[in-house]
Design a protein around this ligand. Structure first.
Ligand SMILES: NC(=O)c1ccc[n+]([C@@H]2O[C@H](COP(=O)([O-])OP(=O)(O)OC[C@H]3O[C@@H](n4cnc5c(N)ncnc54)[C@H](OP(=O)(O)O)[C@@H]3O)[C@@H](O)[C@H]2O)c1
Length: 450
């Protein structure tokens, strides 16, 4: 799609498509990597992958061909410098020197108490997980830059954020990837390469087979997860559970309440959820503004209703929820309370910051308290986004210069860029994401440069 090629994602179709994009996913024949390929190819990307086992690779390539996915592959051990170079040469040829996406997924690990770890254990895990990912980034940089719109994703682990029993070496490698993501996000933003890291908890994959065969582990670990279950990676298993790609990325049949939906980010969220198929109710204090928006949404065929409500008034909140209850027959899938940033000490925003910090913590508390009712709670933390709220500040050239200088991507954000993240967190596709605060800020909160 045009958006992938020209770097724009201003319209809905471009935001939710990878048609025209090229991707390299390491370790794609099993587990999480296999599912990443299916997801990217399902969105229209041409994908190249690698694994050490030729027979398994060929089997997967045939399977993808039958599904009409554009996937090619190379036999490669990412821990070998020579193999990595050969892989990148092939990627260069297959994709004509341009790569939009690099997913550093291949990785390995096993539990061992520190006192029993050998230099061999250390070398094996650090070489496969960190050295390879670092080198893959270096090799891919010219291709990512040449594409004009690059994205690197590391497959880290929660063991890189918290201590997990006997996973010290594995944890070191994953912590390293998380930090590498922050460094590269700042260093390569000027080349329009975004860098992020995902940190899965325990997921049922071939890597985790021994652990998942241990009933005691599964019971104990599931007990530690508020949602009460471990992660799934097998596409077959998901199908068996009645899931399919179209369902994971659709909100058809969902009912949503978005507070403050007539302007800025809230307006973007209403439109994103409605385009994904949700029925949305929104509110604003200004009746004229609300009616204008409702008329526009009706003309566009969106299912959006609205009420005049000041959410700071307890009486009006109760009234709003009564209307929502009758509109949606007593059932609500999505509640979006419009939130802003609360991560950094911004000049003169201490009270605002405190209020947003409170929301970040409320997210974690509710994520634990209500997971048992199958309610996930997450929070988005935008940086400076161009909306009516920030319009005044953004007319001040000094402010804009100071702000953009601190943002690695070198620009303020658009409401749609936050709305798409909110929509993702509401989609079934994100159903294992719970209790997270995710920044949409061009990398401002990880930038330690002056
Ligand atoms: N499963 C979890 O619970 C979990 C949790 C957090 C993070 N992760 C991370 O997610 C990533 C994928 O894990 P997974 O559970 O999906 O693992 P998996 O089931 O073992 O699959 C790993 C994939 O990577 C390939 N691979 C492994 N080592 C490789 C190497 N040196 N060079 C090239 N390809 C290699 C494997 O194929 P070959 O063996 O044929 O090479 C396979 O396709 C890893 O980085 C892992 O650390 C997993």
């Amino acid at each position: 799609m045009e958006g992938v090629q020209n770097g724009k994602c201003g319209n809905f179709a471009d935001r939710w498509s990878l048609v025209g994009a090229t991707a390299l996913v390491t370790g794609g024949t099993k587990g999480i990597g296999f599912c990443i390929i299916e997801e990217l190819a399902g969105f229209g990307a041409a994908v190249h992958t690698c694994s050490r086992n030729e027979a398994e690779l060929n089997k997967c390539l045939q399977e993808w061909k039958k599904k009409n996915f554009k996937v090619t592959g190379t036999v490669c051990d990412v821990s070998s410098p020579a193999d990595r170079e050969r892989l990148m040469e092939e990627v260069k040829t297959v994709f004509d020197g341009k790569l939009n996406i690099l997913v550093n997924n291949a990785g390995t690990g096993y539990p061992k108490p520190v006192t029993q770890c050998t230099p061999g254990d250390y070398k094996f895990m650090t070489t496969t997980n960190v050295e390879s990912a670092f080198a893959m980034c270096q090799l891919a940089h010219p291709l990512l830059k040449a594409s004009g719109r690059g994205s690197i994703v590391f497959n880290s682990s929660i063991s890189g954020i918290m201590a997990l029993e006997f996973l010290s070496i594995y944890g070191i490698t994953k912590g390293a990837l998380n930090q590498l993501a922050r460094s590269l996000a700042c260093e390569w933003a000027k080349d329009n390469i975004r860098v992020n890291s995902v940190a899965p908890g325990a997921v049922d994959t071939p890597l985790m087979k021994p652990a998942f065969e241990n009933k005691e582990f599964v019971t104990r670990e599931s007990h530690n997860v508020p949602l009460g279950r471990l992660g799934k990676s097998s596409a077959k298993k998901m199908m068996a559970d009645g899931e399919n790609a179209a369902g994971r990325w659709s909100l058809l049949g969902a009912a949503a309440l978005v507070t403050g939906g007539t302007k800025g980010i809230g307006h973007g969220i209403v439109e994103e959820l409605a385009r994904l198929g949700a029925a949305v109710h929104t509110c604003s204090r200004n009746e004229a503004d609300l009616n204008k928006c409702l008329r526009k949404w009706e003309a566009e065929g969106f299912k959006v209703t609205g009420s005049v409500c000041d959410v700071s008034s307890p009486v009006e909140r109760e009234k709003l929820m009564e209307i929502v209850r009758s509109t949606f027959d007593g059932k609500l899938n999505i509640l979006v309370c419009n939130a802003g940033t609360g991560f950094m000490a911004v000049d003169y925003l201490s009270v605002y910051g405190a209020s947003k910090g409170a929301l970040n913590q409320l997210t974690r508390s509710l994520a634990c308290e209500w997971a048992g009712d199958n309610i996930r709670t997450n929070c988005v933390a935008p940086g400076t986004i161009r909306t009516p709220l920030t319009e005044h500040g953004l007319q001040n050239d000094d402010f804009v210069k100071k702000e953009t200088h601190r943002i690695p991507l070198g620009r303020v954000g658009d409401p749609e860029e936050v709305a798409a993240l909110v929509a993702f967190l509401c989609l079934p596709a994100s159903r294992y994401i719970n209790g997270q605060v995710i920044c949409a800020d061009g990398g401002r909160t990880v930038n330690g440069n002056i």
